[in-house]
Design a binder for this molecule. Sequence first.
Ligand code: F6R
Length: 606
Amino acid sequence: MCGIIGYTGHLDALKVLLQGLEQLEYRGYDSAGIALLSGKGDDKFLIKKAGPVATLKDACEKLDVESHCGIGHTRWATHGGVNDTNAHPHIAGKVTLIHNGIIENYHNIIEKFGFRDSLVSETDTEVAARLLDYYYSKDPYEAIRKTIREITGSYAFCIMFEDIHDKIFCVRNVSPMVAAHMKDGSFVASDVTAVIPYTNRYFVIPEYQIVTLTKEEIFVQDLEGHPVSPEILEVNWNIEAAQKNGFPHYMLKEIHEQPEALRNTITPRLKDGLPDFSEDGIPDEVLAECEKISIVACGTAMYAGMVGKALIEPIIKIPVSVNIASEFRYESPLVDEKTLVLIVSQSGETIDTLAALRLSKECGAKVLSIVNVKGSTIARESDYVFYTHAGPEIAVASTKAYMVQLASLYLIGCRMAMIRGKFTENTARDFISRLSGASTAVEKILEHKEQIKTAASVVAKAKDAFFVGRGLDYAFSLEGSLKLKEISYIHAEAYAAGELKHGTIALIEENTPVVALATQDHIYGKTISNIREVRARGAFVILITKTGAEIPEDICDIHFAVPMSHDRFTVFPVAAILQLLAYYTSDMKGLNVDKPRNLAKSVTVE
Ligand code: F6R
C-alpha cells in the first residue's frame, strides 16, 4: 500500500518520479505528490494533489525546475481524509518525508514533544517528519536513529534534508522498500516495478538499516554505523511484462496471460511426468511428515486455499484448515511442530499474512510459502518457497496469480499423495497430465468470450448476485463472487448451494443473477435441485457445467460448458469464465476496472 519512489542522479528527477508513480499507482491512488531539491541553495519544490497521478502530472506541467533529486508518493489513505494537505510528501522544517505504513504511537509522540500546534495535516506521517526535524542538526543518521527509537509501528521512510542537496535517506520496518543503482543514478521504490525501466538488479532494503542514495552509489549501514552489503537480486521479467501491450486494461491482459503463467509454473516442476520440487529446495520429509496442514492467506489467495483444502484433504486424509490471515493471531491457532503451514501470497508482503507466518514459526511449524514476488518478505522469512511464475500482476483484482496459486496447490497435493502412498505412480501421472491440460482449457475459454459479455450485460443491471455450488464448486464460487463485487461494486455472495434455503433464498427476486456451478458429477443432481429452487423464485440463472453434462430443460438462462473432463480440474476454466464475467460487468458499468475504489494492491497495513 502506498507507492514510494525516490531518485538522485543525472536524469531529470521530475520525469523519473512521475514515470515511477504511474508504474506504482496500483499500490494506492487517492492522492499523489512529489518533492524536488533544486540543487541550488535550499530551494525545494512540493506539489501534491488529491486524485490520481494524472492530476499530479497536470499540476506539474508548468513546473520549471532543474532537479536531479526528489521523492514521490501515491497514497492509500489510513490516517486522515483524502485531500491535498494529507497527501505526501510532508515537510517539517528542514525535513521532507514520504512514508508507507502506520505509526501506531503518533498520538503519544504529539503529546510528548508538544507538536499539536505545529501540525497542518491529520496524518501520522507528518508527526514522523516533525520528529525527524526535531532531532536534526547536521547529522541525518543521528536524527534517523533517534526518530526510529521513538516510533512503534510499520514504516518505509524516504527522507530528504533541505541542506543536503543530492542525497536521499531511507529506513524501514516491515513495510517493503527496494533500492537499485545504475549508471544514471540511484533509485528507491516500494516495489521493483518502478525501477524496472532502468535496471533489473536491485536489493531489498534490510529492516532497521539506513540506506543513503547518492548519484554515484548506494550505501547501507546498520544502526551502529557499520557498513552492510545486501544481497543483490535480479528480476526475470522486463518492462513490457508490466505494460498493457494493446489490451484496454491490465486485468484483461493478465487474464489472457493465464495459460502461459500456468505452463511456466507447472512445467519446471515436472520430471518424467511427475512433480518434483528438488530445484525448489523443498524436501519430501516436509510434505510426508506433517500431521495437519494449515493454509493461511487473505482474499483471493485465501480462496485459492479453499480450493486447495477441498482438493487435498480427501486425497491425503489429514486435516487441512484454511485460516484468514488477519484472524489467525487472535483465534489461538492449533499450529505446532507437526503442522505444515502453507502461506499463499501473490505480493509476499501482505502484513497480516506475514504476521501469521511469524506466529506459525514461533509455534514450531514448518512454513512453506506459495509466493509470486521473488525476494519478498514472506519468501525470505519462510522455511521453503514455492515461487509461482505469473510475472508482474498490476491490476488490483488478482487473476493470474490466483490461477497459478491453484496450480501450485495441485502440484503440492499430488507430490504429497505420491510420497504418502495415496497415489500410485500411474495415478500421479494421470493427475499431472490433466493438470497440464488446464492451460489449454483456459485458452478455449479465452477464444469464446461473446457469451460471457451477454451474461455480463445482465449482471451489470443487478444490485445483487449470488454464486452457488457444492464441494469444489463452492470453493470456486467464493472467488467468483469476490471478483465481481470488488470491481463492479455489485453486492455478490457465494453460498454452498444446499445452504440457500436456510436463509439466503429470501433475497432471490425476479431476475436476480445466480451463477450456478455444477461441475462435480457426484453431486450434480443435488446442485441441479438447488438451482430449481432459485429458478422457481425468478432467478436469472447462469449455469456452468462440464461439456457433455445433461442439462435439464428450462433450468437456466445462459449455459457455459467447460472443456475439462475430470471434476477435480474444472476450476481452471471456471475461474477464467468468472474473471471475465466480473471484468465485462465492471467495464460495461464504466468503472475503473484496474483500480477499483478504496482498494490497493499489496496490503501492507493491518
Ligand atoms: C483480490 C485480491 C486480494 C488479494 C489479497 C492478498 O482480487 O487481489 O484479495 O488476494 O489482498 O494479497 P497477496 O496475495 O498479495 O497476499
